[in-house]
Design a protein. Structure first.
Length: 226
């Protein structure tokens, strides 16, 4: 397990909605440090807590508690650098001459903060951001299938994006939970495997971009290690 991980709002929300935030404390006690940026804190905690609809506040309160316990550390960031990289990443793929928005400021903010601290492990559940980091050409194929138009690529922006992003490694919430299972996170339950399987499906239905085949692969991995 990596010792320092930057967390995106997508994974934090997936894990919070699945009522599994105690996995962060589990790893924190094993020496793993988790970071978020001030922009992500705004998205997942401050904004929901300022809303009148109380139904959005439970996960925000739980995540706020992790910051208060210093399990999640908030990093301050610069808006100018975020805007510059955001412009590059959202001007890579074009359809009918118009740029296709791929990524939001929160993910870009996260990437820049991680790079500044030489941290290259990112906890991200959102599919497009993960593909942009790991396999950008798959985005082009996906977009062509989805919208039925030819996709043009700004090669200069793609090269710059690859230069920045290729050093990063993406972890999804389901993979974090898999490592936790192998480290004994579910040992308090008599039927550990059933709880683990249910957790993977719960994370999928709460926003983690993972296929049913990939879930089966993770289950096979833990069975082989029993």
């Amino acid at each position: 397990m990596e010792k320092t991980i930057f967390c995106d709002s997508s994974s934090l929300i997936s894990i919070a909605e699945a009522c599994m935030l105690d996995v962060f404390e589990f790893f924190y006690k094993k020496g793993v440090n988790f970071f978020i940026t001030d922009l992500i804190e705004e998205e997942i905690i401050k904004k929901p807590l300022s809303m009148e609809m109380k139904g959005y506040q439970l996960s925000a309160l739980r995540l706020k508690r992790l910051i208060e316990k210093e399990i999640l550390t908030v990093i301050k960031t610069e808006k100018k650098a975020t805007d510059e990289l955001l412009n590059i990443l959202n001007n890579i793929f074009f359809a009918d001459g118009k740029p296709i928005k791929l990524i939001d400021a929160g993910e870009v903010n996260l990437i820049l903060a991680a790079e500044e601290l030489n941290v290259y492990s990112l906890l991200i559940d959102e599919r497009t951001t993960r593909l942009l980091i790991e396999a950008p050409f798959k985005i082009s194929e996906h977009l062509e299938d989805e919208i039925g138009l030819n996709i043009n690529i700004n090669q200069k922006n793609l090269r710059e994006a690859s230069r920045i992003l290729s050093k990063f490694h993406v972890i999804r919430s389901t993979e974090l939970i898999t490592v936790a299972y192998l480290d004994g996170f579910f040992s308090k339950y008599e039927d550990q495997l059933s709880f683990f399987e249910a957790s993977l499906y719960r994370l999928r239905y709460n926003g983690c971009a993972i296929s049913f085949d990939e879930i089966k692969e993770l289950i096979d991995i833990v069975r082989k290690n029993e």
